[in-house]
Design a protein around this ligand. Structure first.
Ligand code: ADP
Length: 543
């Protein structure tokens, strides 16, 4: 027997309609690429998203067409999220930090018909355009006053504000199957060619509900949210959808991602909740320590994308009064998979015991099931010790990559293989020990490079650390620690190595330490270990 409830398809346009109706006066504030600030309300953002949908229609965009964006977190990018997906096309966010060859590959693979871009990326777009034949028009996301006099782009560059000004704000968002594609994001290709993850309206809405839950973002109409995570990668962790769903005031930092600009915005706008990768927070912490600053309103922070070292959790909590929630996810999981918040029985533990739990990647959010398996695919126990390949499944997990591989092949077991290696403890807290390609195998046993890195950055002289496996005559592979020393500090290899004593099993201790000026990173700020392995190829360890 079927239920007797209304069958209203879940659609992205429903989010902005809701915010415009019930949170009409709530603000969206942007630090503009052109300089200065822009502020308006959800009601105004809705009207402009509809003008944009009219403009896209006039440009001949149809349901399912891919429309690219190369843009910072701004109100115009927000309008594109809603205008494009809302009218039935696919909002393809492109990560400008990727190599130009990867960008050309991605734009051609997606067959983008239009690309909207910020002024910052004009020189980049001039390089890409001749190599992207499917793009019929490039639209500069600015007003007439900031349009360049001349560009080397083939054909006319369109002006975003002119496009909108020519349209009225009457547009009825179409109703369609909630499984229709809404947005497209390519993985950053850390270990492979970029692969397209094609989200649907349904998956995006379900992810948005899950992200809003108390043990996740816990965001409400009393919150002021600033996503530092870019809207050009994994939809800024879903914040541009969760904010209007909950009526949060939204603060968009534009290109101002340095610590001083962020701090200014947190204070000026009364931000209560923010999200980003650990490197951003290390920079902010250092800045605030140097200037002896405190937050007036910021209380919660989601940290993910790379492992959050306990030293960072502790510093934000104890020095700045900000609670960090450590989260894990990936492009393929929309991206939230797990978030780390304590359960009631853990609140009586000592602060250090609590920090140790909080530095794990956390518990599965509703909508994500997970398990760890051994090399034979046998499920491993949740004892916090056994580690194996992490598999996930759920309604906002990728089923297939866009135009890649045999349909159904990727997840034919019913699970998606994340490429991460993890433990799960008896309370359900998952901890990533490594990417499977980065695991160090010493004498048949595995050593977690992430744990060794997290411990190293706890040393006051260490700014950043990476651990890779290098060949060893007896143990086949042993850990090599590569560090960047904090400016103004000095430290020896022996001092760093003795710092590990009592913190890990003695056989986990790295065999050697190398000092470098900087470490290589991927376009999404992760350590680029493939590069480090090349840089240190042929490294010979003693003993
Ligand atoms: P890519 O496109 O490079 O796959 P994603 O942005 O999708 O990048 O990143 C996903 C990967 O990032 C995960 O598979 C995991 O290895 C890593 N990651 C994400 N969050 C965390 C975390 N909290 N701790 C450790 N690793 C993380």
């Amino acid at each position: 027997m079927l239920g007797l409830m209304m069958l209203e398809p879940l659609r992205i346009a429903g989010l902005i309609e809701h915010a415009a109706k019930w949170h009409a006066d709530t603000e969206i504030v942007t630090r503009l690429v052109e300089g200065g600030f822009h502020r308006y309300t959800y009601a105004a953002a809705h009207r402009r998203s509809k003008q944009l949908a009219n403009a896209l229609t006039e440009l001949g965009i149809n349901w399912g067409d891919r429309v690219g964006t190369l843009a910072w977190n701004t109100h115009r990018h927000f309008e594109l999220y809603y205008g494009i997906s809302g009218m039935g096309a696919v909002c393809h966010t492109i990560n400008p930090r990727l190599f130009p060859e990867q960008l050309v590959y991605i734009i051609n693979h997606a067959e983008d018909r239009l690309v909207f871009f910020d002024l910052t990326f004009l020189p980049l777009v001039e390089r890409l355009a001749p190599l992207c034949p499917t793009v019929e028009a490039w639209v500069l996301m600015t007003n007439r006053a900031h349009m360049p006099e001349a560009t080397t782009l083939p054909g006319e560059v369109r002006c975003y504000e002119d496009l909108l000004a020519a349209q009225n704000d009457e547009f009825v968002w179409p109703v369609f199957d909630e499984n229709m594609a809404s947005s497209l994001c390519y993985t950053s290709g850390t270990t492979d060619q970029p692969k397209g993850v094609l989200y649907s309206h349904r998956s995006t809405l379900l992810h948005s509900y899950a992200a809003s839950l108390p043990d996740c973002f816990n965001c409400s109409a009393r919150d002021v949210v600033l996503p530092v995570v870019p809207m050009f990668h994994v939809n800024a962790w879903g914040i541009p959808y969760a904010a209007p769903m909950n009526g949060c005031k939204l603060v968009l930092p534009g290109p101002g991602l340095d610590a001083a600009s962020l701090y200014e915005l947190y204070e000026q706008e009364g931000v209560t909740f923010t999200a980003g990768v650990p490197t951003i927070w290390f920079g902010l912490l250092q800045f605030m320590r140097e200037k002896k600053l405190r937050f007036s309103t910021l209380k919660n922070m989601i940290v993910g994308g790379a492992s959050c070292p306990p030293a960072l959790l502790k510093a934000f909590d104890e020095e700045l009064g900000v609670t960090i929630r450590h989260a894990w996810g990936m492009t393929e999981t929309s991206p939230l998979g797990t978030v780390c918040t304590l359960k009631s029985q853990q609140l009586s533990l000592s602060p250090d015991e609590q920090f140790a739990i909080q530095s794990k990647q956390g518990r599965a959010i509703f909508g994500v099931d997970m398990k760890i398996v051994d090399d034979e695919g046998q499920e491993l126990p949740h004892d916090g010790v056994a580690f194996g390949d992490l598999l996930v499944r759920g309604p906002f997990i990728v089923a297939d990559y866009y135009r890649a591989g045999e349909p159904g092949e990727l997840t034919k077991s019913g699970w998606f293989r994340t490429g991460d290696v993890a433990t799960i403890d008896p309370n359900g807290f998952m901890q990533i020990t490594d990417r499977s390609k980065d695991v160090i195998k010493s004498g048949g046993e595995w050593i977690s490079s992430i744990e060794l890195e997290n411990l190293a950055v706890g040393h006051p002289a260490v700014a950043e650390a990476a651990v890779i496996g290098v060949p060893h005559s007896k143990w086949s592979e042993r850990p090599l620690l590569i560090i960047v020393v904090r400016p103004g500090h000095e430290v020896t290899a022996e001092e760093i190595l003795s710092f590990y004593e009592g913190k890990v099993a003695s056989w986990w201790k790295p065999n050697a330490v190398e000092f470098v000026q900087q470490l290589p990173h991927t376009a999404t700020g992760k350590l680029l270990k493939t590069q480090l392995r090349k840089d240190f190829a042929g490294y010979v360890l003693g003993g």
